[in-house]
Design a binder for this molecule. Structure first.
Ligand code: DC
Length: 267
């Protein structure tokens, strides 16, 4: 044999730790571990994707936040991503009608949602998105194909692991048509206008009642009549009218539906 070469292991050589006595001793331990591991086996079932669509002021945000909290799921506010993009369009003073300028801006922008915060090119702009002006601009730019082509894949990526509640206008029809549970939340225009105004007041923005009603009418028209991903009741969605119902009552209906589908939860 040459110096430095080792003889091949003898066929009878055992892998360390596998002597018959050791294996016999290890068996009950293995069994115990397997029994303890059972809850993880249940967790391996993919957590669901739940979508909630509906018009402005229908109560989607509150219901979605509460549903996500109860299930231990992530909340994906898809409108916030469009608002983040509108924020950047405004900041860069890009005319949304100037297609070439808008496409240049889309190419350089990164938008993300992290723990509920909207990051535009790494900057947290969450606190600047809920103004009527950004709402209007968002509704306008979200009719454009280039904008939807930019935002939809980001939303799909965020939802890809499951365990998510998506809230928006096209989440059950376009973003995640295969979602396990879909809801469409609606309410009378009067109730929606009152809610929207309260929401704005809570954020320190005073707007006259008539102005809010006009904003709702304008956005409904824009969101429902657009050629691309218009606001529709997605196929298979459970429609809930939130008029006269408390958040708790709405979330209860949703939780019953989620349970009926046997979805896996983290809570
Ligand atoms: O939900 P919101 O008010 O933050 O949405 C702002 C605008 O974004 C809304 O007028 C339409 C648009 N939007 C959309 O086109 N698709 C979505 N999935 C979510 C929002």
């Amino acid at each position: 044999m040459n110096a430095g070469t080792r003889p091949p292991p003898r066929p009878s050589a055992r892998v360390p730790g596998t002597s018959p006595r050791r294996v016999a001793r290890a068996k009950p331990a293995l069994e115990r571990r397997r029994r303890r591991a059972k809850p993880d086996v249940v967790k391996e079932r993919r957590e669901a994707v739940i979508t909630i669509d509906g018009p402005a002021g229908a109560g989607k945000s509150t219901a979605a936040r509460e549903l996500a909290r109860r299930l231990g799921y992530r909340l994906i506010d898809t409108g916030a991503l469009y608002r983040g993009l509108a924020w950047r369009v405004r900041e860069a003073k890009v005319d949304p009608g100037d297609e070439a300028a808008l496409e240049r801006l889309l190419a350089e922008i990164t938008i993300d949602l992290q723990d509920g915060a909207v990051l535009v090119n790494g900057r947290d702009v969450t606190g600047e998105l809920r103004t009527p002006e950004i709402g209007e601009l968002t509704s306008r730019i979200s009719t454009l194909a280039a904008v939807r082509e930019k935002v939809t894949p980001i939303q799909r990526r965020l939802a890809a692991t499951g365990g998510a509640v998506l809230e928006g206008r096209d989440t059950g029809s376009v973003v995640c048509p295969d979602a396990e549970v879909k809801f469409y939340l609606d309410a009378s225009p009067e109730v929606r206008a009152v809610r929207r105004r309260r929401e704005l007041e809570a954020r320190g923005t005073h707007v006259e009642a008539e102005e809010v009603r006009a904003e709702i009418r304008r956005r409904d028209r824009q969101d429902m009549k657009r050629g691309l991903a218009p606001l529709v009741v997605p196929e298979g969605a459970v429609v809930i009218d939130s008029t006269g119902r408390s958040v708790e009552q709405i979330v209860q209906v949703m939780l019953e539906e989620v349970a009926r589908h046997g979805c896996c939860t983290r809570s």
